[in-house]
Each structure stands twice: as structure tokens, then as C-alpha cells.
Write a protein that binds this ligand. Structure first.
Ligand code: IMP
Length: 428
């Protein structure tokens, strides 16, 4: 034992990758539990900025075994490309180190085409997906017609299953959306080749986790996206199609709750969102632009500019409750340097009625009906990137962090003060 879960506390892009990279020094396994290559985890190391979409962020630590768990959906083209990129940097991506759970589902090119077709058909109601096939592949999984990674163990038989599913998808593309079908033989041939390549990485994922826990090793469970993009608890329908919350680590990897020792929520010192859907504290003014520039807030996967806004404390309280957070990691505090004053949402109001709870459970329409109630906090002008201890931070920055702790009821144990690996302040 134990397991540590790292979960996004907002709408994704909180900086989970760097938190996992930081914690990975002390763990044995880093296991990704949900989502697919819609995620983009940026890790700055080895003189490179690495954008990982599928391979867990612990990969740069040679002692760590990386598992892509059952709850993940895998585009084999993307996985092979990522393994190649890492190998070119001299990183060991052998099957002994990078494992793919047999129960993970496989994304085909037609899943991506269907994602795009559905988005276009929604018109102004588009979700703003990453068009990586995430919704369609999880729909096939739930409908029990999907392909599982374990089927790649027999590449030829896998190819025939790919053929049948591509043909079914093509019928939908043609008949329902009036689009061109994707080439069947080429897709099958490519899938067979990828199955041969990836087959050595296949494993029984839950057994790997169980053995590690039984041996007293630490398993770091890496979430993708964030609490408000969770299929059940996010701002539905403007969500992704997987279980992003801490509970998703248990189903997505296959182990029991008694093993969980820590649940670390990762939050930015402000809020961002990509894609459509309500965002109560969004800033569409110069301050929003400033945060976007200073924080480099452009999507890792799609390059889209992220919507930026003030920190929303009801959202963090909601995340703390749903995930059972034991602590928070606060990233990108340095981005707020020089903004005077700072604002944080502390509650919501509508027609004189005030609520303290984020109404996420009621879905996107309800969230959009409420206005945030703000509290102003003093900003700071001092450069904080060189801070390494709590005492190094300016008083106003410490007060900002303490206000978050007070409102959310969990301690902030790690603070990101710059993009480099060592630019963190650790507490307690
Ligand atoms: P999908 O996951 O591609 O279906 O997209 C559904 C919603 O989740 C869209 O609003 C996306 O922008 C958002 N989304 C998916 N993955 C990420 C991520 O890694 N970070 C932030 N937003 C994401």
C-alpha cells in the first residue's frame, strides 16, 4: 500500500502532469485511469517541453513503471508516436516499463470521424470536443460493441474485428451524416501492424496494481481532465465521456478504496476552461487576456486559446467533497503577480438568493443561471519564481493561499511558482 490519486479540481489543464512528475520520485507505479489522447500533459524536462497525451507523466523517472489503465481509451497511432518520441530522447519505453491494460478500449480513425461529425451536426450547441473520438469510443464501450486492447494479442483476429466496426461506423458516417466513408482495408492493415507493435506492452492492469500494493509499493493514480468535466458530476453535457473524479481511479484501474492514502486535487491559482459551456468567473476583458498571455493558456492538444477567469472557491469546495480531497496542489501562482486587486468567487447569487454550493450536479443550464459573488484580495508585485520556502512568498501571496485553505477546508501542500521542475514551494 498505498495508492495516491491525483485529480483535476477544475475543468482540466490544472497542471496535473507536473504534480505527478514531482511525486513520481517517491512512487513505483504511475497509472493513468481515464480519458484518452484528449488529455495533454506538459512536462518540462531533459531540455524539452514534452507533451504527453497517453503515456503517464511518471515516464521520465527511470525507476517508475507506467500503466495505461482499463478506464483509458487508447488511440494506438498516438501511443506508438509517443513511444517513438520518448525513445528518441533516450527514455526507456520498453514493455517492461510501459504497460497497457488489456481492458482499455481502442480508438479507431472512424471514432474520430464520428466525433467531428457529431460536433458539426450540433452546430451552435457544439461541446467543443477535442475531436479525438472520445465520446464515440466510450459510447461503443457502454453499448458493448467496442474493441479492447487485449484483443491485439491476436493481431489478425483483431484486424477482422476492426474491419467489422469500421464498416458499421462507415454506414453511420454515410447514411446519417452524409459523409465519405473511411478506407476499410488501409485501416485494417494499419491496425494489424499497430497490434503487432503494441502487443508486448499488454498486461492484466488490475493484477499489476494489486501486486504492487500487496508488496507495499506506492501506486500513483493519474487522472486526466478535471472534476467539472466528469461525465457524472461535471457541467453536463459540456463534459468529457469518462470518470475524471477520484472514484474513477478505482473503477479505471480496478482496486478497492481501502488502499487510498491521499487524494491530491490540483487547481490553478485562477480558473481556465477550453471548449463550450458555462464558466461563471470568466474574464473576457484585459485581465483575462493578461492571464492567458502570462500563463501560456493555449490547449496542449488542440492549441485553442483557453478561456480564463478568477479562482472559484465554490468549485474547489465541490471538488474537495466529490473527490474526498486530502490536500490541494496549487499551480501557476506566479501568473497572478502584478494583478491588483485579485478577486475570488466565494458564493453565487440569483435575484437576491445566495448559495455557497456550486450547483454542478444540476448541469450546465443551472450553473449558467447563477452569478458569482466576489471577494477582493490584495495582489503582490514581487517576483515569486525564485521562492522555494513558504516564508519566501510575499505576505499577500501567502494570504491568498490561506484564504483558499480556509474556504475549501483542505491544506495546500504544494505551490507552483513557475514552469520549471524545481519552481515549487512545498509545505508540510
Ligand atoms: P472530449 O473529451 O474531446 O470529448 O471533449 C469534451 C470537453 O472536454 C471539451 O470541452 C474539451 O475541451 C474538454 N477537454 C477534454 N480533454 C481536456 C483536457 O485534457 N483539458 C481540458 N479540457 C479538456
Amino acid at each position: 500500500m498505498p495508492a495516491i490519486i491525483v485529480v483535476g479540481a477544475q475543468w482540466g489543464d490544472e497542471g496535473k502532469g507536473r504534480v505527478v512528475d514531482d511525486l513520481a520520485r517517491e512512487v513505483h507505479i504511475v497509472a493513468r485511469y481515464n480519458g484518452g489522447d484528449n488529455a495533454g500533459h506538459t512536462v518540462v524536462a531533459l531540455g524539452h517541453t514534452l507533451r504527453l497525451h497517453l503515456v503517464p507523466s511518471g515516464i521520465l523517472h527511470p525507476h517508475v513503471t507506467c500503466l495505461i489503465g482499463a478506464g483509458v481509451v487508447v488511440n494506438p497511432v498516438q501511443l506508438a508516436a509517443e513511444l517513438d518520441e520518448l525513445a528518441a530522447l533516450g527514455v526507456d519505453v520498453s514493455p517492461e516499463r510501459v504497460k497497457l491494460a488489456a481492458a482499455a478500449h481502442i480508438i479507431l480513425p472512424t471514432h474520430r470521424a464520428l466525433d467531428g461529425a457529431r460536433e458539426s451536426a450540433r452546430g451552435r450547441e457544439a461541446i467543443g470536443t477535442t475531436r479525438r473520438g472520445i465520446g464515440p469510443v466510450y459510447a461503443d464501450k457502454a453499448a458493448r460493441v467496442g474493441l479492447r486492447a487485449g484483443q491485439m494479442a491476436d493481431p489478425e483476429a483483431f484486424g477482422e474485428r476492426v474491419r467489422a466496426l469500421v464498416q458499421a461506423h462507415n454506414r453511420l458516417l454515410q447514411e446519417h451524416y452524409g459523409l465519405e466513408p473511411l478506407p476499410v482495408d488501409e485501416t485494417v492493415a494499419e491496425s494489424v501492424a499497430l497490434a503487432r507493435r503494441l502487443r508486448p506492452h499488454l498486461t492484466d492492469g488490475s493484477e499489476l496494481v494489486a501486486r504492487a500494493l500487496a508488496a507495499g509499493q506506492t501506486v500513483l493514480c493519474e487522472g486526466a481532465q478535471g472534476t467539472l468535466l466528469d461525465l457524472d458530476h461535471g457541467t453536463y453535457p459540456y463534459v468529457t465521456s469518462s470518470s475524471c473524479v477520484a472514484g474513477g481511479a478505482l473503477t479505471g484501474l480496478g482496486f478497492g478504496p481501502q488502499a487510498v492514502a491521499r487524494v491530491i486535487g490540483v487547481a490553478k491559482a485562477y480558473t481556465t476552461r477550453v471548449g463550450a459551456g458555462p464558466f461563471p468567473t470568466e474574464l473576457t476583458d484585459a485581465i483575462g487576456d493578461r492571464i492567458r498571455q502570462a500563463g501560456g493558456e493555449y490547449g496542449t492538444t488542440t492549441g485553442r486559446p483557453r478561456r480564463c477567469g478568477w479562482l472559484d472557491l465554490p468549485i474547489l469546495r465541490y471538488a474537495a467533497q466529490i473527490n474526498g480531497l486530502t490536500e490541494l496542489a496549487l499551480t501557476k501562482l506566479d501568473v497572478l503577480t502584478g494583478i491588483q486587486p485579485l478577486k475570488v468567487a466565494v458564493a453565487y447569487e440569483r435575484g437576491g438568493e445566495r448559495i455557497e454550493r456550486f450547483p454542478g450536479e444540476w448541469g450546465a443550464e443551472e450553473v449558467a443561471r447563477w452569478q458569482p459573488v466576489y471577494e477582493e484580495l490584495p495582489g503582490w508585485t514581487e517576483e515569486i519564481r525564485s521562492a522555494r520556502r513558504w516564508e519566501d512568498l510575499p505576505e499577500a501571496a501567502r494570504a491568498y493561499v490561506e484564504r483558499i485553505e480556509e474556504a475549501v477546508g483542505v491544506p495546500v501542500t504544494l505551490i507552483g511558482v513557475g514552469p520549471e521542475r524545481e519552481e515549487v514551494v512545498r509545505r508540510g
